[in-house]
Structures are given as C-alpha cells and as structure tokens.
Write a protein of this length. Structure first.
Lengths: 272, 263
C-alpha cells in the first residue's frame, strides 16, 4: 500500500498543479454550469406554483431544489475524463509509452485525476452543500443536515466516481475501433445522463423502466448518492444500492483489465 | 460587401470539403445532439403531465418558445463558431498575427473562418418544435406577426454573436478568456423558458445586462400573444444593435492591446 502511494503520488501532485494553474478557468466554467441549476430551480418553482398540490410524484419543492443542486454536485465530482486522454493516446499512438513504463495505466490516470479532484472539491463542495443546507433551514425552519446520511453520501459519491472512472476506461478503449471519440462521447453523455437520473429523477419514470434502471449501473453513478443525501432511501435500500455500486465497480475494473490485456496483444502503432 | 460574401462562400465551401472527410463524425455528433434535446423535451412533457400550464403558458406555447430559442443559437453556432477559439487558444498562442496581416477585416475573417455543421442538429430540432407547436395552436396565430418574428431572427443572432465578440476580446488583455465566454454564454439557458418564471433580479440581468431574453422569449411572446409589441420588437432591435456597437468598440481597443506570443 505504501509502495503504491510512493509510486503514484507524483501523478496526483501533477494533477493538483495543473488544476491549480487553471483554477480561475474552472471557477468561471463552474459559474456558467450553476446557471443551469438555477434555470431548473425556477422551472420547478413555476411548476409548483401552477400545480394544485404541493407534492409532485413524491417530491416537494424543497426536495426538488436539493435534488437539482446535489445531483449537479454529484455529477461534477464523480465526473471522469481521464479515460478520454487514453482514447487520444490510442489514436495518436503515444499509448505505446504506457506499455514500457513500470506502472499500471489505470493507476496513473486515477491518481492524476484524484489530484485534480482535490482542487475541485476544495472549490465547490463546501459552498454548494452549505448553500443547500441554508436553503433547507430557511424553508423548513429546522436543521435538516444529517451526519449519517452525509457520510453515507460521501462514501457513495466516491464509489460513483470510481465506477465512472472504470466505465470510462472501458469506453476509452473504443478508440481502437473509432478514430474520433467526440461525437460518440456526446451520445454516451446523453444516454448516461438520462439513465442515471441526473437529467430527470428516476422516480418520474414509468414503474417498469424505473425497476430496470435501478439495477443497471447507471443509477449507481448519480441517483444513488443523491437519494442517500436526501434521506429518501430506507436503511435496507441504502445497503442494497451501495452493494450494487460495489458490484458494478468490480465488474468495470475487471472488464477494463481484460480489455487492456487483450488490446495490448493486438495493438499496432505506426511510427513513433 | 460583395467581396465579403464571395469570401464567405469560399470559406464555407473549403470547410464543407474538409467535412466530407468525416461524414460519420458529423452524423454521430448530430444524433448525439438530437438525443440530448429529445431528453429535455421529454422532461417538459413529464412536467406537463402533472400541470395544465406553466406560469400561464400551455405546453404548445412552451415548446414554441423552446424551439424558437434554438434558431438564433443555431445560426450563430453555424456561422460564427470560430470566435470561441480566440479566447481559448488563438490569442494565447500568438496565432492572431495571421488575421492581422490579411487584407480583410480581422474580426470578419476570424469569425467566418469556420463553418460549424454540428449546428444543423439544433436548427433541425428548432424547426421541428416550431412546426409541431404551430400546427397545434394554429387557430390563434396572427400570420402578419410571423413576418416580424422572422425579421427579428438576425437581431437575435446578433445578440449571441456580440456576447461572444465582447467576451473573447477580453483575451487581448488577459491572453485567455474562453471560460469567461462560456460563463456569459451559459446565461442563454435562461432564455429557453418564459422570463416570467424568474425573479426580478434574473429578469433584469437577462433583459438588460446579458440580454438573452431578447433572443427567444420576448420575440416569441409577441408572436404568440401580441402583448408589449413595441417593447418586444423594438427592444430586440435596439438592444442587439447597442450590444453589437459596444462589442465592436471593445474589440477594436483589444486589437490595439494585442501582443503576439514570442516564437
């Protein structure tokens, strides 16, 4: 374990440094993205104003607001594009350098991105959580913050990130077949966004679809942590959904390792 | 003027040739975009399954406003997309020298250099939504207003383009401003829904400061309901021209401040 950190911590440092260098850019980008949350917030407010009852498919206005912002936070912090770089390396052939270095390819990407995440967490985590909690306090007049849900949320969020990371590694290998990942990436993001409940809460979907989506890996990426944060899950549901997260993580780690070994045998790089 | 149009044609045809090389990428990109929009429409549909109207607007009217908001955005995206690159890389790398040394206006050259076909997806979606909603509400439509609405489209495009010119010109001083452009451009998300759902603070911002409300809601609401005609129509024209004027002034000052990167 110690050796692992010794080998890969330089990657994390590099990640921290590059994120620090572009900190201002990240903040501008973030503000732009948060506008979208506010659009959704106002749409929901208008929905609740137009509606006779104060409950929309099991969600109150307060729930919906928390959902919009926490699912944005989850989506951002569990986002992973390390594997996108892998795809580019495959296309331009520099992936060959990975094969002669004495470190594992996924760990390099993972630790580099973790360094990046440290900065992202420091910038956005506290302001958004604090904002949501203050909002809940003002609306309900009582402190809604629950430390147990919060810790479980945090663990679930880390699992979501790791699943996303390995899912994207698997996806990055598609670059062996497709020379350009941009368009397919767009399609992937839309489909994953839809199936993971980050665009529309899964609770709003037809029952049959909802059941299927709960078991698919996508719910583990965003819906599970958000529901845990919101206290919408019973203890049994929490245990079940987190076990499911662990299961899907194991699956994607295994699949990505298998593809890597298979691909390395068949890789053909021109020039270099 | 004639020369400018001829040059623009040459740029576009050059770009289309490049594009033909990547037909699959284009198709895949367009499908991705259409899927993304379909999900948003589905979201609106789910909302309306529970409520009869949203802040006084029916499902069809909301679809119309949403669809109309895509049209100026798509046109700007299609013809003037290269402006993004100024703030992201052109100035930082010193590549802006190229535009200054050509015998045409640098802003015009850099703006039209790229023809962005991805925008066809947006345009198509906008047209589909407008057509669909118009068929369903055709009974209440004043067709004279349609002509005015059509005439307002170029001004709405000008708002998008001006915001991009203004924010990318910041890079002449700071070297990089792509993320600032992103931040201001993202405000256009507010334009997809009726301005009446927002609080006063946001209303003022999207009407007078970053006037994206004039790219969709105001023209569309004039078309649908005919209320506040002068404000909606003249406002769109005047605000877009004013913003364009300001962006040109900032751009020209920026060029004077531009320093190339050492090589």
């Amino acid at each position: 374990m110690k050796k692992l950190f010794k080998t890969y911590s330089p990657f994390s440092r590099a990640g921290v440094q590059s994120a620090m260098a572009y900190r201002a850019n990240f903040i501008f980008f973030l503000i732009g993205e948060i506008f979208k949350c506010f659009v959704m917030y106002f749409v929901w407010r208008a929905v609740f104003d137009s509606s006779q009852n104060q409950n929309f498919m099991g969600f109150t206005m307060e729930d919906m607001t928390v959902y919009v912002f926490i699912s944005f936070l989850t989506g951002y912090l569990s986002f992973s594009d390390g594997a996108f770089a892998l795809g580019e390396e495959i296309v331009d052939g520099s992936v060959s350098m990975r094969m002669i270095k004495p470190c594992s390819f996924d760990m390099c990407f993972l630790f580099q991105e973790l360094g990046n995440k440290v900065i992202n967490y420091s910038i956005m985590f506290v302001p958004i959580v604090l904002g949501v909690e203050i909002y809940r306090f003002v609306i309900t007049g009582a402190v809604q913050f629950n430390i147990v849900s919060f810790v479980l949320f945090f663990v679930s969020l880390q699992l979501a990130y790791l699943i996303n990371f390995y899912f994207n590694v698997c996806y990055g290998f598609l670059a062996f077949f497709l020379k350009n990942l941009w368009g397919t990436n767009l399609i992937k993001d839309v489909i994953v966004g839809f199936l993971s409940g980050s665009t529309i809460p899964l609770a709003f979907m037809p029952d049959a679809l909802q059941t299927v989506l709960t078991y698919l890996p996508f719910a583990s990426l965003s819906y599970t942590p958000v529901m845990i944060y919101m206290n919408m899950y019973s203890p049994f549901q929490i245990a079940f959904s987190m076990l499911l997260q662990a299961f899907w993580l194991a699956v994607f780690v295994l699949v990505s390792k298998m593809i890597w070994h298979f691909a390395m045998k068949h890789l053909c790089i021109q020039g270099g | 003027m004639k020369r400018i149009f001829r040059l623009h044609r040459i740029f576009i045809s050059q770009h289309l040739k490049r594009l033909m090389e990547y037909k699959v990428d284009f198709t895949v990109g367009a499908i991705g975009f259409l899927l993304g929009q379909a999900v948003e429409i589905l979201f609106i549909g789910i909302i309306f399954s529970q409520i009869p109207d949203l802040a006084g607007w029916t499902f069809d009217e909301i679809l119309f406003i949403y669809g109309f908001s895509l049209i100026p955005k798509a046109i700007d995206h299609m013809f003037f997309d290269n402006l993004w690159m100024i703030g992201y890389s052109i100035v930082r790398k010193g590549d802006f020298d190229k535009y200054l040394t050509r015998p045409i206006n640098s802003l015009f050259y850099v703006t039209v250099e790229k023809f962005q076909v991805d925008a066809f997806g947006e345009l198509l979606m906008g047209i589909i939504l407008i057509t669909y909603s118009l068929i369903r509400i055709s009974g209440n439509i004043m067709w004279q207003r349609a002509l005015i609405l059509l005439l307002l489209v170029p001004f709405a495009v000008l708002i998008y383009t001006s915001v991009k010119i203004l924010t990318s010109a910041i890079s002449f001083w700071t070297k990089q401003s792509g993320h600032i452009t992103h931040m201001f451009y993202a405000v256009n998300d507010f334009a997809k829904y009726p301005v009446t759902i927002y609080n006063d603070f946001i209303k003022v911002i999207i009407t007078y400061i970053i006037p994206f409300a004039f790219t969709a809601y105001y023209p569309a609401s004039f078309f649908l309901r005919g209320e506040n005609g002068w404000f909606c129509v003249l406002g769109t024209v005047l605000i877009s021209l004013a913003l364009f004027g300001i962006s040109l002034i900032v751009w020209n000052r920026g060029i004077k401040a531009y320093e190339s990167a050492g090589s």
